[in-house]
Design a protein around this ligand. Structure first.
Ligand code: IPM
Ligand code: MG
Length: 355
């Protein structure tokens, strides 16, 4: 598509400032690669909630449904009730738009960003597929005798056959498309959480349709260990919502930190959501010190999803080059000014000639 309609939610804390840089990158990429983004900005987030008591009104949600993609900066404010804005904005989009894939690439661009001794970019290049609409996040929780000595709290993990099969199938397709190790690892905890047997069985069945793809399996505790000890063993991994949340923070660290990790929440063929994995970092907000690299990587994922694959690859290559050359010292807070990083990427993009 030559025109991409995007709903933009800058959100809380550093969200708006890193989003601003990502949007500048989209504009410059559009100039070079011949597409336009039409963007509608929404003010939603904690600040907006404090002012208006509004989280994500239905009318805006209906508009967003008609877009090609959604871009989200960050959500979270320690002054808001725990989880309220997260559930009202991020989780609402994940569930109500049925964004069943959470795609989290973990790729190390330069050795010096990796805290693991001796690991190089060849060793850290994996794709984690996190199931994104079920499991422990399905919202089936409750309390009884609340506040009493007898209090009971429960939260049910929910797995449907269809809900398990679709990310597994996506993982096999992704392993084929990546054409690297051609391997999919299932990460679960079926030895203790017996409901995960549905993952074991579904994985084995789907695997039969992909004889060209090798399969592997790790319980989540072991997977954490292997990600640190032997990240080179991973290619594509698929896992539950909660485990995916956890292992991708670990993954973000081995690729260089929260300043670089990005993700896509997808319903293939429909409006999908792109965001950096990092949070809102309120203490750094408004100081021009947050690294926008993760936000920029999220915009590259958005472009890939919306069919601008060359532009997406160019942005990723520029970030890699800036890191390898040392022009970008790092992706930690205050390594550079937020806008300074945006300027570097823009300058590199403008000197690129589209192929
Ligand atoms: C993530 C975040 C969210 C999650 C929070 C903000 C609800 O940690 O996207 O990984 O747990 O999914
Ligand atoms: Mg998380």
């Amino acid at each position: 598509m030559n025109e991409i309609n995007i709903a933009v939610i800058g959100g809380d804390g550093i969200g708006p400032e890193v989003t601003r840089e990502a949007m500048r990158v989209l504009d410059a990429a559009g100039d070079v690669y011949g597409f336009k983004t039409r963007r509608t900005e929404y003010p939603f987030g904690s600040e907006h909630y404090f002012k208006t008591q509004e989280i994500f009104p239905d009318a805006a949600f209906e508009e967003v449904k008609g877009m090609d993609a959604i871009y989200l900066g960050a959500i979270g404010d320690p002054r808001a009730p725990v989880g309220m804005i997260e559930y009202g904005i991020i989780a609402k989009m994940r569930f109500d738009l049925d964004l069943y894939i959470n795609l989290r690439p973990i790729k190390l661009f330069d050795e010096r960003l990796c805290p693991l001794k001796g690991k190089t970019p060849e060793d850290v290049d994996m794709l984690i597929i996190r199931e994104n609409t079920e499991g422990a996040y399905a919202g089936m929780h409750g309390f009884c005798h609340k506040g009493q000595p007898l209090e009971v709290a429960t939260q049910t993990m929910v797995y449907t056959r269809e809900g398990v099969e679709r990310p597994i199938r996506y993982a096999f397709e992704a392993a084929r498309a990546r054409n690297k190790k051609k391997q999919v690892m299932l990460i679960d905890k079926a030895n203790a959480v017996r409901a995960h047997d549905i993952w074991t069985r579904t994985f084995a069945e789907v695997a039969k349709e992909y004889p060209d793809i090798k399969t592997d399996h790790a319980y989540v505790d072991a997977a954490c260990m292997w990600m640190v000890k032997n990240p080179e063993w991973f290619d594509v991994a698929v896992t539950t919502n909660l485990f995916g949340d956890i292992v991708t923070d670990l993954g973000a660290m081995i690729q260089g930190g929260m300043g670089i990790a990005a993700s896509g929440n997808l319903h293939p063929g429909q409006v999908s959501l792109f965001e950096p994995i990092h949070g809102s970092a309120p203490k750094h907000a408004g100081k021009n010190v947050a690294s926008p690299v993760a936000a920029i990587m999220a915009s590259a994922m958005l472009l890939d999803y919306c069919g601008q694959k060359e532009a997406s690859k160019a942005i990723e290559a520029i970030v890699a080059r800036l890191l390898i050359s040392g022009q970008l010292k790092g992706v930690a807070t205050a390594d550079h000014g937020t806008d300074e990083v945006g300027d570097m990427v823009l300058e590199a993009l403008r000197s690129t000639t589209a192929v």
